[in-house]
Design a protein around this ligand. Sequence first.
Ligand code: SF4
Length: 64
Amino acid sequence: MNSNKIHINEDLCTGCGTCSAIAPGCFNLNDDFKAEVLENGSCDEESVQMAEESCPSGAIEITK
Ligand code: SF4
């Protein structure tokens, strides 16, 4: 999946780390404890969808 299609709503992100645990090659927690999508990350569709569904605050948005 193109990482440009994945967006983190930083206002909603609580920095729980679930997304980076599910897809560590795609999501990273930055120094502010907000998730970010790694540039040139390895974001396979299945893991990204699982992370989106598992995010407790609904902060991950995937555009089609
Ligand atoms: S799972 Fe959601 S709330 Fe948790 S770090 Fe990732 S984007 Fe933020």
